[in-house]
Design a protein around this ligand. Structure first.
Ligand code: AHR
Length: 617
């Protein structure tokens, strides 16, 4: 192998942007990154109908002690369903032990930790006095980990009233439920019940441990909110941004029919923009373009959707006195968000109305916001697009062998026209398991191919990012979690080896080898922590045997430093090895110092490995 220190002519400081895609799938946000503990907090999961689907709430008590139903008496216009509890028993002697009421298990258990505080908010209306106990209990119902009482003695509560209380946990149970109980006869209505841990990231509602996992990847953009979540099987179930902004209590929520679960939409459009900002990343907003998986709006009728997209951009970027910008300001973000990229849909290029609709969006957005970069769903990697775009989406999910072979995919892609946005990629199916080493090594080769073609590949992100282990709708994923713990798959750790690629300079390199299992690239980058300049040579060995390689550097203006170079290797004895909750670090990058770093050195590449040589200039 031979590296010469020259930037490609067409290439300067902007190497490939390496980003993350957050998509609502696998309970990534709802029951994941979004720290809300209550599932179906407004009892709306059945939609606007009554009786509604109150799952996963359950009733505490029997027919002789409590009757529970839903009606449409909520004080919130967009979500009228409320829970009605008619308490028939009266007093601790007549009611079952612990009282009667309702219980919510959250998303496969709520993580309640000793000493932590939880803010519980709910809306209540009653005939009679309100006398409720709010408690978190362990999987064994009698194990109370936290509780408080909410009382309004002697008062009738004929109109809705907001109740707010802080509960401090006295014990830890990662799989708790929230119970709202009473022993007082009367009729009580409940609505919009929320329980939030008080230690979310910056108080913005993001679960801290999952936020930190994301932040460690140093994302420079965040594509959200999906995925097919944006499309819906049917348009009525698509993600429509206006239903996800404003006060959380007033959001109607919706049933994500592609991945088959209800979302209260606490993690809405605003929160996606906020998440990107908190990560120091640019938001890439994917909006619905009038097309779902099983239904389309004709181009002749698309203008309301175009207006919806324009309004969404105004919400993000407009001044705080504009119609939609003012709502953003009321929600807490006075200054505009830095929205520069929008995608017209997710994966709809082949749909009958896509191109017609696309042009309507393109013209309207460019007219109002000429600087916004518009992403088309049509693949321009084989031949140039027949319509204007700043970027085109490229999605690929392949078995590991085919993913490895894709390292040459962009070598012959058109050099003119829009650049590629590899907005979803991952090795999957049998040999990728739930996230194997083999999958990560194959992806490394693909990423190196993108890096080498970064004159035309502008951005790339792995997908999906998160999976709640209790709802594995799509595997593999980068970050696996349950109510309280998480780990990164090898694909997650692999991405860390590429986190310095954004803004780096690609160096000219040649690889002379008879092996067709080796792929390599070289970049120069400045380490943001120590502000020193490094050459990073990444080499993938996809084969089952170790390989010896000689690395020669030419054209260095100064010698390598004697100390400070390192080698990072991602590998494991078995290609099908995976990380897990019990062995989260089985396959993680192993860093050692490179004592013999020089302009000419012999190295050994373990079988099925990714090695990064970081040479200090
Ligand atoms: O990433 C999983 C799914 O794959 C996405 O929702 C969709 O965009 C793609 O087909």
């Amino acid at each position: 192998m031979h590296y010469a220190e020259h930037a490609y002519g067409f290439y300067d400081v902007e190497a490939i942007r390496r980003k993350r895609i957050y998509k609502e799938i696998n309970h990534a946000g709802e029951g994941g990154l979004w720290a809300e503990l209550v599932s179906n907090r407004g009892f709306e999961a059945g939609g606007p109908h009554v009786p509604s689907n109150i799952y996963p709430w359950s009733i505490i008590g029997d027919n002789l002690s409590i009757l529970v139903s839903t009606d449409r008496t909520s004080c919130f216009k967009r979500n009228k369903v409320a829970l009605r509890m008619e308490v028939l028993c009266n007093g601790p002697q007549s009611c079952p032990p612990g009282g009667v009421g309702v219980s919510n298990p959250g998303f496969w258990g709520m993580n309640i930790e000793k000493g932590n505080k939880y803010k519980v908010i709910f809306y209540v209306k009653a005939i009679g006095a309100v006398d409720l106990e709010i408690s978190f209990v362990g999987s064994n119902d009698s194990e109370k980990v936290a509780s408080t009482s909410v009382r309004a003695f002697g008062l009738n509560v004929p109109t809705w009233r907001k109740m707010e209380t802080i509960v401090e946990a006295q014990a830890t149970n990662h799989y708790s439920s929230l119970r709202i109980t009473t022993t007082r006869r009367g009729i009580v209505w409940l609505d919009q019940v929320s329980a939030m841990p008080s230690d979310t990231y910056k108080g913005h509602g993001f679960r801290n441990d999952l936020f930190q996992m994301l932040a460690k990847l140093k994302p420079t953009f965040l594509r959200f909110p999906g995925g097919c979540f944006v499309e819906g099987n049917y348009l009525r179930n698509a993600f429509r941004w206006k239903d996800t902004v404003g006060a959380w209590e007033e959001r109607p929520g919706h049933f994500g029919d592609v991945w088959n679960y209800w979302t209260d939409d606490g993690f809405g459009y605003y929160e996606g923009l906020q998440l990107a900002e908190d990560l120091g990343a640019l938001p890439v907003w994917v909006f619905n373009n009038g097309i779902s998986l099983h239904g389309e709006v004709n181009t002749s009728a698309i203008s309301p959707f175009v207006q919806e997209a324009l309004d969404g951009i105004e919400f993000a970027r407009g001044s705080s006195t504009s119609k939609w910008g003012s709502l953003r300001a009321i929600m807490g973000h006075h200054e505009p968000f830095d929205l520069r990229y929008v995608a017209v849909g997710n994966e709809e290029c082949s749909k009958f109305n896509y191109q017609g609709n696309y042009l309507k969006f393109y013209d309207a957005i460019k007219h109002a916001y000429p600087d916004i970069q518009i992403i088309s769903n049509c693949d321009g990697s084989v031949k140039p697009l027949n319509h204007p775009a700043d970027l085109y989406d490229f999605h690929t999910y392949k078995n590991s062998m085919d993913m490895f072979a894709l390292h040459t995919k962009f070598d012959k892609a058109p050099r003119s026209g829009p650049k590629a946005f590899v907005s979803e990629y991952a090795a999957w199916k049998k040999d990728a398991g739930n996230g194997t080493l083999l999958a990560a090594v194959a992806e490394a080769a693909f990423l190196i191919g993108l890096e080498r073609n970064s004159d035309i590949v502008h951005m790339v992100c792995y997908a999906p990012l998160f999976v709640n282990t209790n709802d594995r709708k799509w595997i593999p994923d980068a970050i696996v979690f349950d109510s309280y713990q998480n780990y990164g798959t090898p694909s997650y750790w692999l991405q860390q080896l590429f986190s310095e690629s954004s803004g780096a300079t690609l160096l000219k390199s040649t690889l002379n080898t008879s092996s067709n299992s080796i792929v390599a690239s070289a970049i120069e980058y400045e380490n943001s922590e120590n502000e020193k300049s490094y050459l990073r040579i990444k080499v993938v060995n996809f084969g089952s045997y170790s390989e010896n390689l000689r690395i020669s550097l030419e054209g260095l203006q100064s010698k390598l430093q004697q100390y400070g170079s390192t080698k990072i290797v991602l590998t494991s004895p078995n290609v099908m090895d995976e990380n897990s909750f019990s062995s989260p670090n089985k396959i993680v990058p192993q860093q050692t110092s490179l004592e013999n770093a020089s302009e000419d050195m012999n190295v050994v590449l373990p079988p099925h490995s990714v090695t990064s040589f970081d040479l200090l200039r």
